[in-house]
Design a protein around this ligand. Sequence first.
Ligand SMILES: *Cc1c(COP(=O)(O)O)cnc(C)c1O
Length: 367
Amino acid sequence: MKFETAAIHGGQINTDSHQPVVQPLTLSTNFVHHEGSLIYSRAANPNRLALEALLAKLEKGVSAAAFSSGNAAGMAVFQALAPGSHIIAPDDMYHGLRKQLTTIFDRILEVSFVDMTEVDNIRSVIKENTKLLWLETPSNPLLKITDIRGACAQVDSKEIKIVVDNTFASPVFQNPLDLGADIVMHSATKYFGGHSDILGGALITGSKDAFWEKIKNVHETGGAVLSPFDCYYLVRSIKTLAYRMKGHAEHAGIIATYLDLHDKVEAVYYPGLVTHPGHEIATTQMTGFGGMLSFLFKGSAEETDRFIAKLKFFTNATSLGGVESLIERRAAVEGPDSKTPPNLVRMSVGLEHLDDLLEDLDQALMG
Ligand SMILES: *Cc1c(COP(=O)(O)O)cnc(C)c1O
């Protein structure tokens, strides 16, 4: 089954003798005891089972777990590690997950943050207690690319699990399990949901090993599970994921080129541009370059804010992956400790008509 077909047919499990065409929403928290019954919805419910089966298919894994947010999914991986374990993570890791490691797990786990654009940096920090290599590519907000195959090749021990945050690429354009990773993580809040109205997260595994059993225990016993309602809506949204991603990537590619040629723009970060330092590697592991880009506006923080305020179709808001275009000055969101340049603008390119988006950028950059 191809991706588009699996996305439409893969989220259906039979739970109703009327045979509805779409998976019904089952809100019941408990199930009448009988052989093979689901028992209690924190452990399992039909909508979560349907979503997890779908996610496993789309990421080419064998099993999946749906969490109440992307951060909850990431946290379950860290909670599944034994105290004293060492983690290797990117120096530009998603800030919310980085904050977990530095403020929640700081006395329980050891972390080395390294520049993952040079995969040779990984081997030199591996220690006896290293148990996890965390990757994120393309990264946020500079769209840095990590060579997933090359990073996996740095790890000789089966004791070190490799997890890839695949949120920016989506499984439409990148399947880390095929490139050597053990587990894939997603913020389902972004492209999976695709309409800025669902908070969710997921892990997908390539094998049901002992580490996955630990994660499943955190999931079901810890209880940060996705509600049946949110599972229902994610299955619904994912049916159009492939077509949305193709639109996002097409628009982002054209806008990146447009910005690259504009004299009010200092630099553009988009892995689809041949000038991007990660472009070569991206072409070997991605089948499309996604809908996220960032750029340096020629001007101060205040001038950058004024440019953003002039836009009509790019909403000044955080998050990404929705059908509507979003824009934000990243340093303003990340706060005073941020190392992000003050004139860096991050854009989630939406599915409005491309002409409207380009015209809007034209008028705002002109002023
Ligand atoms: C948003 C995001 C997360 C966190 O997901 P939430 O659903 O917000 O908890 C993790 N990684 C990346 C790359 C993200 O963009």
